[in-house]
Design a protein around this ligand. Structure first.
Ligand code: AMP
Length: 351
């Protein structure tokens, strides 16, 4: 159990790190961030900030020396420079390795009995044509690595789109488009002793590949599938001997849950837990990596809605303060680029 006053290192400098650091502060810990990005908003609420490159071994060692435990908020942290830090890392970097490559991730989940969308690895045009012949259209071509928020994805409505596609050369994966009824996520926390707790699974709505809103209660088509989705998510967590918050995203289809992807970290679809659950995903992640008892994950309201504030919408975000039921979170980002997550607002209904 990590004593209050200990230091938690966070790899990555985005809003997830910012909210983790705020939860850690409440439990008496101090955080330092390592974030080689332009606008590391986690740095605003951390005691120290390293802005060095991921591959700067000297800086990484100096950072690690200051930390009692190290976690990440960004799933594309390169794994190789983390090797000397493994003893102090939670979760174990094998979770990062698996989640960073869509092909490894799908194979891993299939080996556990999970069902992703039909897929094929695509390295060249021949692979793409074969994939389309076997899986059919419509489908989505995605980069194997480094994709997030719908980036690095191309929809293929017909074989003709594939013929005109000229981005081969980067490792890709082709997926059949899933005709889903709804999307949802399983957000769980696993402690060092292997105990697992789940939050209620929200109904997630994406627009242009970016999460727009998450809400509870989820429709029946989701709640009926949560048990089997949870069973798979737990298998994933157990197989990785995972410590902390893990999120698995699913499509609810007429044939049951189809695994989309996993995020080995706190997740946007769990932001509602700050005001809408007995213990937030951020606090429970900190509890888990520090070896503290996990908190209750029960939903506290009868309904919860979390809406993302994206791009230029942030300029008008203070208008939400006129609504007494709205909890506004702004991430302190300087530039409101199109599609950039700038904040979120959560409403919890009681009674
Ligand atoms: P991803 O980054 O892979 O989670 O994709 C972002 C969003 O695009 C998902 O949440 C879905 O709304 C949509 N999407 C991605 N892959 C598929 C698929 N195979 N079938 C249907 N929709 C998809």
């Amino acid at each position: 159990m990590l004593k209050p006053g200990s230091t938690i290192g966070i790899l990555g400098g985005g809003q997830l790190g910012r909210m983790l650091a705020m939860a850690a502060a409440q439990l008496g810990y101090r955080c330092i961030a390592y974030a080689p990005e332009k606008d590391p908003v986690a740095g605003d609420v951390c005691a120290d900030l390293f802005t060095n490159d991921w591959h700067d071994a000297k800086a990484m060692a100096a950072f690690a020396q200051k930390c009692d435990v190290i976690t990440w908020e960004f799933e594309n942290v390169p794994v190789e420079p983390l090797a000397p830090l493994t003893q102090r890392l939670a979760p174990h970097p094998r979770a990062l390795e698996t989640a960073q490559d869509r092909v490894l991730e799908k194979r891993f989940v299939e080996n556990l009995g999970g069902r992703p969308a039909p897929w094929k690895a695509v390295d060249d045009r021949g692979d793409l044509m074969e994939a389309i012949e076997r899986i059919g259209t419509p489908g989505i071509l995605k980069t194997r690595r480094d994709g997030y928020d719908g980036k690095g994805q191309w929809r293929m409505a017909s074989a003709r789109d594939a013929e005109g596609f000229n981005r081969t050369g980067t490792p890709l994966v082709y997926e059949g488009l899933v005709a889903f009824e709804a999307e949802f996520s399983v957000i769980l926390v696993r402690g060092k002793d292997g105990a697992v707790r789940y939050w209620d699974s929200p109904h997630n709505v994406h627009e242009s590949g970016i999460l727009a809103r998450s809400s509870l209660p989820a429709p029946a088509v989701v709640t009926e599938q949560v048990e089997s989705a949870r069973a798979l998510a737990k298998q994933v967590a157990d197989a990785l001997d995972y410590v902390g918050v893990l999120t698995c995203e699913f499509f609810a289809t007429r044939q049951g849950p189809v695994f989309n992807e996993m995020a080995p970290r706190v997740h946007n679809s769990g932001h509602w837990t700050i005001e809408g659950a007995a213990t937030s995903q951020f606090e429970n992640h900190i509890r888990a990596i520090c070896g503290l008892p996990l908190g209750d994950t029960a939903t506290t309201g009868s309904a919860v809605a979390m809406e993302n504030i994206i791009g230029k919408a942030a300029a008008k975000a203070h208008a939400f303060l006129a609504d007494p039921d709205a909890h506004l979170h702004l991430y302190g980002k300087a530039t409101a680029r199109e599609g950039r997550k700038m904040g979120h607002v959560t409403r919890v209904t009681h009674g």
